[in-house]
Design a protein. Sequence first.
Length: 244
Amino acid sequence: MASIVPVLRRHFRFTKAEVENVLIMILAFSFILGFDDGRDTFNAALWIANFLGCLVIASLSVLIHVCSQKAFGILNGIRTEQQLSWYGIGVGLIIAFVTRGAVQVYLPGSFKAYPISTGRIGRFRHGLNPATIGGVALMGPVANVVAAMFSKFLLFQVFGIEWVWLDRFIMFNFLFALYSMLPLPGQTGLLVFFGSRLWYSFGFGTLLGYVILFELGILSLFGALAIGAIVWMVYYVFFERKVW
């Protein structure tokens, strides 16, 4: 732990372009999340108040996603630079307008990876490789699900706090994690997929399984892992094994 802190302190930083990309992403996601405030008639003051709450949720969730990838990347000798997916932002906004906020799509984009020379010394295949980059990409959606799970356990299970904004925070992080895992061009899910198709099937299956169990009122990490293992096995038996 003592050696981790200096490494993060030395390399954990955002470029000006990254800050701009993250801010645009946060504003776009806040608008999509807050487009429909649940009221039959439009009230500007109430809509703005709802938007500000959505802005807090989107800010926390996006920063958790991006910072987790950046920190895990640094610890693996990789510097990440967040890239914005303009088509993803555009698709999300268009769908929000067309459905009046009933359907929410969050496509966060991906990142560029650069080797940290001193951080890659002594590692197998000194340069960058798809498996390591895929592992770094996976940390983003995993961190979002962990944040949702932890907030639900701490605030609701421990302190008994029921809050509508907590539910919105949890659901946003679940959707954010699942959308970011889609293997689409310009998305982190594609990096995970190319890093390891088997790990992708297990990771996506586990995340999806946890969300489904959560919606059914079942908080079971082991159940989610079991679903992930089943998805992994099905993918391996019916596809991966035939490819090799």
